[in-house]
Design a binder for this molecule. Structure first.
Ligand SMILES: Cc1cc2nc3c(=O)[nH]c(=O)nc-3n(C[C@H](O)[C@H](O)[C@H](O)COP(=O)(O)OP(=O)(O)OC[C@H]3O[C@@H](n4cnc5c(N)ncnc54)[C@H](O)[C@@H]3O)c2cc1C
Length: 456
């Protein structure tokens, strides 16, 4: 970037919103992946007008721009691979309106996911998408990654809730798509094309989301199994009996033990596989589901079923699940969370394949995930100072995704592609599909300045 471009941005938005010091730039060189590259400039955007001004200068000078929320993504999506500008949107954190009659919330993109959930829950409403980093992640980042979480099994993920977007495009123009209506078939659905676009098609400056009424009651169970196969086949058994839990998570023995030693969550450490299950609805529905789910778990050889008796006990169980990534970090200095998804009925095969890969490479691959969605996160835990161990990582990773694809799955359920899985995309999508995606990118961003080098 030239100094005259930096001067133009400072003149347009003010010096206090622009960071140029080496130490400041270093803070924006990484995210929750293993990649690193420094930007040339960081802009702390406070408004749509700030972003428009930055994009006008970037467009003229063909300077790369990477929008960034809390940088909790796990795939290198906010690492400014080609330098240029990182656009920090964390200051754009206002909830603009909770509309009780239309069941919508409109907010700026930098609102923290959990803050939005708490605000709507105070009104008796519910915003289900619950990525496990929701105490840190932003709504803009969630939209751009099409994030999901344990509640995806019953309630779906971000794309099921995004109704409208205001988006600044690569040339600084402002696009409005969708709105507060839950139905809209007027032309191509541009809102949904933007969901999951990893900051490569535009920068969201306002988001309108669908809400639903908050379920009246919920209860949590922990079920212990002597083998992982029984735990994973229980998932389809429950769904096959027309019960869709609000959360249905699977953890293997290593994960259970690492989590228990990190935070006491009441998990049975001697089990080979554990299911964490939450059911919700009216109090009578919940009681019925608890009985049925317990019976189905027993039929699949669960040897211990514990129903949380208090809200505190239930909360501790889910805090444990949310602490999974941190708990694994206590085991090895580097943890790479993989994100494979298969059709739900192929889950037992996928779990078996992960175990085979772990045995083949002689490394533990602690695995947990949103089993109800067929979405598992095997974690590659390694010490980068150990050359032998580190050399195995790319092979393990590729074998995990080859296994998922061979079972009719996908290379990402929710974490996205970023830098980490770009080389795997052609294995899943044909040249025809990729050509259409490249065409869409070229329409939105003909000079390839928005988050270049990522996704496709
Ligand atoms: C411990 C842990 C657990 C996690 N668990 C889950 C999980 O259960 N489910 C899940 O889906 N993910 C999970 N993640 C990944 C991560 O939290 C999500 O991808 C989240 O959506 C990222 O939000 P963010 O604000 O951190 O976005 P960032 O990481 O800052 O950005 C992510 C992407 O969004 C783009 N972006 C950010 N803001 C905007 C904007 N305003 N306009 C356009 N593009 C933008 C960026 O350019 C980038 O491509 C987890 C991460 C961690 C560290």
């Amino acid at each position: 970037m030239t100094s005259s471009m930096i001067g133009e941005i400072i003149n347009a938005i003010g010096k206090d919103k622009v960071l140029t010091e080496k130490e400041e730039l270093a803070c924006y060189s990484y995210d929750c992946s293993t990649y690193k590259h420094e930007p040339e400039l960081v802009v702390l955007a406070h408004s749509t007008a700030d972003i428009v001004a930055v994009m006008k200068t970037a467009h003229k000078g063909k300077v790369p721009v990477v929008p960034r929320g809390s940088a909790t993504n796990l795939c290198g999506a906010t690492v400014p691979l080609k330098g240029g500008i990182v656009l920090d949107i964390l200051s754009m954190n206002k909830i603009i309106e909770i509309d009780r009659e239309n069941l919508t919330v409109t907010c700026q993109p930098g609102v923290i996911t959990a803050d939005l959930q708490n605000a709507v829950e105070k009104e008796g409403l519910f915003f289900p998408p619950d990525p496990q980093a929701m105490n840190m992640s932003t709504i803009g980042g969630n939209v751009a990654q099409d994030a999901g979480g344990p509640r995806g099994v019953k309630y779906g993920v971000m794309h099921n809730y995004v109704l409208g977007l205001e988006t600044v495009l690569a040339d600084g123009s402002v696009l409005r798509t969708g709105g507060k209506t839950t139905k809209d078939v007027s032309g191509y659905n541009l809102t949904q094309i933007l969901v999951g676009s990893e900051g490569a098609l535009g920068i969201f400056t306002e988001v309108t989301l669908k809400l639903i009424p908050k379920p009246e009651a919920k209860r949590t169970l922990v079920c212990a199994f002597d083998n992982l196969h029984d735990a994973s086949r229980t998932v389809t058994k429950i769904i096959d009996h027309k019960i869709v839990p609000s959360m249905l998570e699977l953890l293997d023995k290593t994960s259970v033990n690492l989590i228990q030693s990190y935070v006491d969550s009441g998990y049975p450490t001697d089990a080979a596989g554990v299911l964490l299950i939450e059911v919700d609805g009216s109090p009578s529905e919940v009681d019925k589901q608890i009985i049925l789910v317990s019976e189905l778990c027993k039929e699949c050889n669960a040897r211990e079923i514990k129903v949380a008796q208090t809200t505190e006990e239930a909360d501790a169980i889910w805090v444990g699940r949310r602490s999974g990534f941190a708990a694994l970090s206590a085991y090895k200095p580097t943890v790479v969370a993989e994100d494979a998804v298969v059709p739900r009925d192929r889950l037992p095969e996928m779990v078996a394949k992960i175990q085979e890969i772990a045995d083949k490479y002689g490394m533990l691959l602690p695995t947990f995930g949103h089993a109800g969605d067929g979405n598992v996160h095997p974690h590659i835990c390694f010490d980068p100072r150990d050359e032998k161990e580190t050399a195995k990582v790319p092979f393990i990773k590729d074998e995990i995704y080859h296994a998922a694809l061979s079972l009719g799955g996908s290379i990402s359920g929710e974490h996205g592609i970023g830098i980490a899985k770009k080389h795997l995309v052609p294995l899943q999508h044909s040249e025809l599909n990729l050509g259409i995606m490249r065409g869409i990118k070229a329409v939105f961003d003909p000079d390839n300045i928005l988050n270049p080098g990522k996704a496709i």
